[in-house]
Design a protein around this ligand. Sequence first.
Ligand code: ADP
Length: 142
Amino acid sequence: MYSEILAPVDLAHPETAKRMVTEAKALADKTGSKLTLLNVVPAIPGFAAAELPAGTIKKMVSDAERELRKLASDLGLDKSARTMLRSGKPHSQILQVADEISADLIVIASHQPGIEDYLLGSVASRVVRHAKCSVLVERQLD
Ligand code: ADP
């Protein structure tokens, strides 16, 4: 049914990320699909980046890489899931990586709890609108 599942992970919200990745993993197991976890370190505008000490952005990416690997290992996925890091606009990078790996499903979380005004966050809604493959929105119901 699926062969390549992409699960974009927002490291700023680890509980949401764990819940979503657990669901993506269950689906990957059920369908015999590969699973890729992706984190996007948001790009810093050029004028602000110029003010940062040298190496700051590199360090942000390597810290994020470490955190993403730890999350994968905490969930027992060290061997079964691939991890990827990108820098840029989260929704653009998610869509680009989905194309690159020929994902046939993106599993994404809908929202942080407590934000009731919108059904989807801004990253999730852009991904749902523009993805060329199926998107599963994991919604927290409590
Ligand atoms: P919220 O505003 O509630 O955080 P978003 O739409 O921004 O809603 O995020 C929903 C989901 O989009 C996240 O749980 C994650 O799956 C994905 N996402 C958001 N930001 C990133 C990011 N920087 N890298 C990877 N995935 C992300």
